[in-house]
Design a protein around this ligand. Structure first.
Ligand code: MN
Length: 494
């Protein structure tokens, strides 16, 4: 049997006005979803995905098959919702989930992943990433065209190559592995991993023994580092595992090069990931599993990567037995291959999802002119940001302290939101240079069908001096209400 203790935390961050992440936490299933899409759509996508995932998994039973089918059902639910409501068109979400499942070999933990939210395992003091990001940058790393260190800074690291709810079918990564009492698993959105380094995440997970404290410490670290995105974490502590440490430590395969890589810098992660991929692809071929997903080129690449890993191993450790004595590894070949199965599955498809590029906007500057662009700051290798509007606003109308952000590009869910963001910046400077003048800001929040006239809504603003404000809903269609003294918050019907 397996017994989990879980905790979770989610936070809007310091820049975004809406939290489009969703988290779910129970003893049978834990999940994080990071929604994307204009206006309210991202929030709808992540919430609907987790509702569908949890309800289908509850019905389907505690198996990997059931978990995978629940993800496919969630994909269908989000995709059909995006087709039925024009305001939700093009929405999508990541999903990463973990559940205890029963297999012929006993109980296992199963992890499913689509997108760039991640699952990590902290075991024996080392933090191992169990999932692959389905992103342009991550694919380049896997193809050896980019180092992992460069990928972390790559302007297209957010651009997904796979997401839930953007097509009528979805490819799901699945990995199963045995757990040991004391294992700690982390599921998180990229709002954590883009702000906090691998080593810092490991240190927090190691130091904060209480899962709730650890969840909050991770969120606090991401906010301290900038909090540019929504941040969500779920922590799963394995109180009772399905194997003992000695069982999992019975290693007949020298995993040291992989483990060494994973335990250290992100540079090393490249080699480790390649090696995992290689082992997994080869194993997939050997056992006939997932053969349909593996392409010949990939197999060649896998052989090559494995060879490279073997070479690296031989230079690091002349004697595998001696190596394992020096630093015993608590993983069997099967465990390593299960961790790596994720990698094999990702080799199956490089279908590029362009929707993310075309449904996102950002505000930047061209000389002294503030412009609104479509796409991602920096563009992708082949899709450059498109200038959709050269505004009449200039950098002289905003606070100098805002310029750096604008030069980098500040994402906005829509052109309308971009306009509001710009006028907020201008208001902010006006207020700063004219003390005593009321500051009028406009923030758009997703319309919630549960709201009625008189509902009080708390809204996060983009103005540093006014982090949150409240608005009272006055009508059910396009309510506008004035907040005394400082801000005006507009609630748009979605
Ligand atoms: Mn995110």
């Amino acid at each position: 049997m397996m017994l989990f203790r879980t905790a979770s935390a989610t936070h809007v961050g310091t820049v975004r006005s809406v939290n489009q992440d969703a988290v779910y936490e129970s003893n049978d299933l834990c999940a994080v979803a990071d929604g994307m899409g204009g206006a309210a759509a991202g929030e709808v996508a992540s919430t609907l995905a987790l509702e569908t995932l949890t309800s289908h998994f509850a019905i389907g039973g505690l198996s990997s098959n059931s978990l995978e089918r629940a993800v496919i059902a969630a994909n269908a639910a989000v995709y059909s919702a995006s087709l039925t409501d024009v305001s939700l068109a093009g929405m999508g979400t990541t999903v990463t989930a973990i559940a205890p499942v029963a297999t012929d070999e006993g109980d296992r933990a199963a992890v499913v992943n689509v997108g760039d939210s991640r699952c990590y395992l902290l075991s024996d003091g080392e933090l191992i990433q169990l999932t692959y990001d389905h992103s342009v940058a991550s694919d380049l790393v896997r193809h050896g065209q980019l180092s992992a260190a460069d990928a972390a800074q790559h302007p297209q690291r957010h651009m997904l190559t796979r997401a839930l709810g953007v097509a009528d079918s979805v490819e799901v990564d699945l990995v199963e592995f045995p757990t040991v009492a004391g294992d700690r698993l982390l599921i998180c959105s990229d709002g954590l991993t883009n702000e906090v380094t691998h080593d810092d995440i490991a240190a927090i997970l190691f130091d904060e023994r209480d899962p709730t404290d650890a969840a909050h410490a991770l969120v606090d670290a991401a906010i301290a580092a900038g909090g540019h995105d929504n941040i969500s974490v779920v922590i799963v502590d394995v109180l009772v595992g399905d194997v003992g440490p000695t069982e999992r430590a019975l290693s007949y395969y020298d995993t040291s090069p992989f483990q060494e890589g994973l335990g250290h810098s992100s540079d090393d992660l490249t080699g480790a990931v390649a090696a995992f991929s290689a082992a997994a692809v080869l194993e997939a071929r050997d056992v006939g599993a997932s053969a349909g997903h593996v392409e010949d080129d990939d197999e060649d690449m896998a052989h090559h990567a494995l060879h490279e890993a073997a070479m690296a191993a031989s230079t690091t450790y002349s004697n595998p037995v001696e190596a394992s004595i020096r630093r015993p590894r608590p993983f069997t070949l099967r465990t390593v291959l299960f961790f790596a199965l994720v990698a094999a599955l990702t080799y199956g498809g490089y279908r590029f999802v362009g929707w993310f590029a075309s449904t996102q906007y950002f505000v930047s500057v061209n000389g002294s002119t503030i412009t609104i662009l479509q796409g991602q700051p920096g563009g992708t290798l082949w899709i450059k940001p498109l200038v959709v509007e050269t505004t009449t606003s200039t950098t002289g109308q905003i606070l100098p302290s805002r310029l750096a952000d604008l030069q980098h590009g500040v994402p906005q869910p829509s052109v309308q939101a971009a306009h509001r963001f710009i006028s907020n910046l201008i208001e902010e400077r006006t207020a700063a240079v004219n003390p005593g003048v009321a500051l009028t800001t406009t923030t758009t929040v997703a319309w919630n069908p549960a709201w009625t006239p008189s509902t009080t809504v708390t809204v996060a603003t983009t103005i540093p001096a006014v982090t949150t404000t409240t608005a009272v809903v006055t009508t059910t269609t396009a309510p506008t209400t004035t907040i005394p003294a400082t801000t005006t918050t507009t609630i748009l019907a979605g």
